[in-house]
Design a protein around this ligand. Structure first.
Ligand code: ADP
Ligand code: MG
Length: 253
């Protein structure tokens, strides 16, 4: 049986006179990977940050696991994981020390080495954030969302700017996190990422949700309208060639 863990109703966000989010509604089920898919400026980060309690909304209703954002935002904070800005604040600390610091702040007893192992960064425990590659930084950032053992984590464009190996490695990490029962909300403007990773996606454009379904169903709906690709698709694409030639292994040094 599925359980609605996030319910958003008629959410509106205005920045001054600019209407960035125009009354969107959607539900997220516990245990799913839910994608907000849209071009730059669509309103993805705004929506995400409102649910994360990091930004005020103009109007609408947000309920997270039965908790009303308007009434008990601090209760919501306790059950969600947000990506922390680790590089700016504590440049002198290494990864292990940063995780220990956040464990203290959250009053949690997670094993920092276990967490680093989960995101494949055990070798880098003594490194500083600035010494990490782009993919490693993102994996560390994902690790920081897990410190308070949240029910839901929020990832805002976690693979933007990563090379194909690092991107695939992050996808597997996100799948592992969901495997443990954690709900994941992720924003992306990469269609292949949404198709591979998300159980359901809301396509958002100029502050409106213009479609919401499983990737499969969205594609089937399009085909049902008589749509055909102009050219027969090959069985592989250039990214497959690249991965075949350069391998799946991460190149981070
Ligand atoms: P996305 O994450 O989909 O790229 P955003 O939620 O960041 O979109 O932004 C949605 C729209 O709101 C954009 O047009 C952006 O310029 C505008 N916007 C975002 N933050 C602010 C802000 N603090 N002040 C004014 N406009 C903003
Ligand atoms: Mg954004």
């Amino acid at each position: 049986m599925s359980h609605t863990i996030i319910s958003v109703k008629n959410l509106v966000k205005n920045y001054g006179k600019f209407n960035a989010v125009k009354g969107i509604s959607f539900d997220v089920q516990e245990g799913e990977i839910f994608g907000l898919l849209g071009p730059n400026g669509a309103g993805k980060s705004t929506t995400l940050e409102i649910i994360e309690t990091l930004r005020d909304k103009t109007s609408g209703e947000v309920i997270v696991d039965g908790i009303d954002l308007d009434k008990e935002p601090n209760e919501i904070k306790k059950i969600i994981g947000v990506q922390l800005q680790t590089s700016g604040y504590y440049p002198g600390l290494n990864l292990l020390q940063l995780i220990e610091l956040f464990c203290g702040l959250y009053n949690r007893n997670v094993d920092p080495m276990e967490l680093l192992e989960m995101v494949n960064l055990k070798d880098k425990a003594k490194a500083k954030v600035k010494e990490l590659s782009g993919g490693q930084k993102q994996r560390f950032s994902v690790a920081t969302t897990l410190i308070n053992e949240p029910r839901i984590i929020f990832l805002d464009e976690p693979t933007t700017g990563l090379d194909p190996q690092a991107r695939r490695s992050l996808w597997e990490l996100v799948k592992n996190i969901r495997q443990r029962g954690t709900t994941v909300i992720i924003t992306t403007h990469y269609m292949d990422e949404a198709e591979y990773l998300c159980d359901r996606v809301a396509i958002i454009d100029s502050g409106n949700i213009i479609a919401l379904d499983t990737p499969d169903k969205l594609i089937d709906n399009l085909i049902a309208t008589g749509f055909e690709r102009p050219k027969e698709m090959k069985l592989a694409n250039l990214e497959d060639v690249f991965i075949k030639l350069t391998g799946h292994s991460l190149r981070e040094e």
